[in-house]
Design a protein around this ligand. Structure first.
Ligand code: NAD
Length: 483
C-alpha cells in the first residue's frame, strides 16, 4: 500500500503542501519503518484552512438538513466500502492489529456519519406561547469548529467530531495527532467524493503548536479536543480567552468493580478487553480492577491464564491480537510505569517486560495487591498494564473507586440488579457499564466528568455541543411604552 499522502494538508477541497513547515515522519511502530513524510502547518497554512472553512460554512448551513444528511450518508457508505484499505492504513499508522481496525475504526466512523446524517433533518426549535405574544427558538450552527485528535483512534475521533459538526451546519478544521496523521486525510478525500462542498472539512498537520493556533484563533467558534488532561487544560484556557465553546474528551483511570456474585469468566473477559484492547491505549479503560476478596484467587487464575494466551506480533497478521504501542516514547513510558509498580511492591502476576527486541511491543501486564496510594492506581499509563485491587464492602469500594481526579468511565459486574443500579448511580463517571465494558455505540452519549472532560460526543447530547439556540420574540400587538 502506498501510504504517502498526496500532500500534508487538505484545504478548500484539495491537497495542499507547504514545505516551509517542519518535516515530520509517520512511523509504523511494529517495525520502525517510515511510512510517510509530512510537513507541519505554517501560520499561512493554518490561516488558509480557517479562511476556507469560514468561506464555506454559511452556504453549507443554508442547505436543507436532509441534503446535508444525504452527503454524509454517502460518505458513510464509502467508508464502509473502503473499510479494508482504511483499516490497513490505520494499522500501519497506529500499530493496532488489523483484527481490531477492521471492526472498530473506520466502521465506527461510518456509524457516526449514518447516525448524524439521519439526525440532522429531525432538529427543530420550540414555539413558546406568551399570552398575546409568542417566541420561537432556532437551532443554529456555531460556525467554524476546530477538531484536535489523539493517536489511539485517529479516524474514529475525526469522524466522531466531523459527523455532528457537519450534520448541524458547521465547518471544521481538523488536526490529527502528529503520530497518526494519515487517516484524517483519507476521510477528507472521502467526504469530498461524497459531495461535500470544498472548505467544509479541512485537515492541517502539526504538533501541539498548530493545535494551539487553532484553539486561540478568533475565527474558531468551538474547539473539540480528544487528548490528555494536561493538554485539555491548555486548550480550555486558550478557548476561554475568546469565549469559545469546548468539548474536552480527556484521560481517565477508570474503576471496574467485580462483586463476588459476578460471572467470573465474563468479568475476566471485560477486564482483558478493558485493559489490553488497542494495547491498552484507550481513554476509558478500566485500569483499576477492584475484585471482591472472596473471588480474587479464582479471578486472578483465569485472568493470568487467558492473558498469557494473547498473541502479540505483526499487527497486519489477521491472527495477531495485540500490536505494539504507538511509539518508542510511549513504550518507554509504559515500561517506566511497570518498573515503578515493581519498586512500590505490587505483585507481578504476568507480563512486566518488553516483548521482543524490535518494535514498540510491551507484554500484557497484570499487577495484583495494588494499593490505592501506588502510582499504578493513580496515574493514567495508556498501555497494557492492569492493576488488580482487593475489596470486601460495597460502600468502601464506591468511595475508593471515586477517589480520583478522573471521571471518564466505570464498570460494575454483579448479578444483583439492585446493587448494579445503586453502584452505577454512585459512580462519579460519564459512562458506567454494567456487566459489560468499553462498548461505545454512537447512539450513547460519551464523555467525562471531573478532570476527564466537558461535553458529550455521540447520541442526542452532541446536538447541544455543535449548535446554539437563538430565541426570536414576536410582538403581536401594540408596543406598550410608559413614556
Ligand atoms: P495529547 O494530549 O498529547 O495530544 C492530543 C492532541 O492535542 C494532539 O493532536 C496534539 O498535537 C494536540 N496538542 C498538544 N498540545 C497542544 C496544545 N497546547 N494546544 C492544542 N493542541 C495540542 O494526547 P495523546 O497522547 O495524543 O492521546 C492520549 C490521551 O488522549 C490520553 O490521555 C487519553 O486518555 C486521551 N484520550 C481521550 C479520549 C476520550 O474520548 N476521552 C479518547 C482517546 C484518547
Amino acid at each position: 500500500m502506498n501510504t504517502q499522502p498526496k500532500a500534508s494538508h487538505f484545504i478548500g477541497g484539495a491537497f495542499v503542501e507547504d514545505t516551509r513547515g517542519a518535516a515530520f515522519d509517520s512511523i509504523h511502530p511494529a517495525t520502525g519503518a517510515v511510512i510517510a513524510r509530512l510537513h507541519e502547518a505554517t501560520p499561512d497554512i493554518l490561516s488558509r484552512s480557517l479562511e476556507a472553512a469560514c468561506d464555506a460554512q454559511a452556504a453549507w448551513a443554508a442547505l436543507a438538513p436532509v441534503e446535508r444528511g444525504r452527503i454524509l450518508h454517502r460518505a458513510a457508505m464509502i467508508l464502509r466500502a473502503r473499510n479494508h484499505d482504511l483499516s490497513v492504513l490505520e494499522t500501519l499508522d497506529t500499530g493496532k492489529p488489523l483484527q481490531e481496525t477492521l471492526v472498530a475504526d473506520a466502521a465506527s466512523g461510518a456509524d457516526a456519519f449514518e447516525y448524524f446524517a439521519g439526525f440532522a433533518p429531525t432538529v427543530t426549535g420550540q414555539t413558546i406561547p406568551l399570552g398575546r405574544d409568542m417566541a420561537y427558538t432556532l437551532r443554529e450552527p456555531l460556525g467554524v469548529c476546530a477538531g484536535i485528535g489523539a493517536w489511539n483512534y485517529p479516524i474514529q475521533i475525526a469522524c466522531w467530531k466531523a459527523a455532528p459538526a457537519l450534520a448541524f451546519g458547521n465547518a471544521m478544521v481538523f488536526k490529527p495527532s502528529e503520530l497518526t496523521p494519515l487517516s484524517a486525510l483519507a476521510l477528507a478525500e472521502i467526504l469530498h467524493e461524497a459531495g461535500l462542498p470544498a472548505g467544509v472539512f479541512n485537515v492541517v498537520q502539526g504538533r501541539g503548536a498548530v493545535g494551539a493556533g487553532l484553539a486561540s484563533d478568533a475565527r474558531v467558534a468551538k474547539v473539540s479536543l480528544t487528548g490528555s488532561v494536561p493538554t485539555g487544560r491548555k486548550v480550555y484556557t486558550a478557548a476561554a480567552q475568546g469565549m469559545r465553546a469546548v468539548t474536552m474528551e480527556l484521560g481517565g483511570k477508570s474503576p471496574l468493580i467485580i462483586f463476588d456474585d459476578a460471572d467470573v469468566e465474563n468479568a475476566v473477559s471485560a477486564a482483558i478487553l478493558g485493559n489490553f484492547y488497542s494495547a491498552g491505549q484507550i481513554c476509558s479503560n478500566g485500569t483499576r480492577v477492584f475484585v471482591h476478596q472472596r473471588i480474587k484467587a479464582e479471578f486472578l487464575d483465569r485472568l493470568a491464564a487467558r492473558t498469557r494466551q494473547i498473541r502479540l506480533g505483526d499487527p497486519l497478521d489477521p491472527q495477531t491480537q495485540m500490536g505494539p504501542l504507538v511509539s518508542e516514547e510511549q513504550m518507554n513510558k509504559v515500561l517506566r510505569h511497570i518498573a515503578r509498580g515493581l519498586d512500590a511492591g505490587a505483585r507481578l502476576v504476568c507480563g512486566g517486560a518488553r516483548h521482543g527486541t524490535s518494535g514498540c511491543f510491551v507484554q500484557p501486564t497484570v499487577f495484583a495487591d495494588v494499593r490505592d496510594d501506588m502510582a499504578l492506581a493513580q496515574q493514567e499509563i495508556f498501555g497494557p498494564v492492569m492493576s488488580v485491587l482487593d475489596f470486601t464492602d460495597e460502600t468502601e469500594v464506591i468511595a475508593r473507586a471515586n477517589a480520583t481526579e478522573y471521571g471518564l468511565a466505570a464498570g460494575v459486574f454483579t448479578r444483583d440488579l439492585a446493587r448494579a443500579h445503586r453502584v452505577a448511580g454512585a459512580m462519579q463517571a460519564g459512562t458506567v457499564w454494567v456487566n459489560a465494558y468499553n462498548l461505545t455505540p454512537v447512539e450513547m452519549p460519551f464523555g467525562g466528568v471531573k478532570a476527564s472532560g466537558i461535553g458529550r460526543e455521540n447520541g442526542h447530547a452532541a446536538l447541544e455541543h455543535y449548535t446554539r439556540i437563538k430565541s426570536v420574540y414576536l410582538g403581536l400587538g401594540d408596543v406598550d411604552a410608559p413614556y
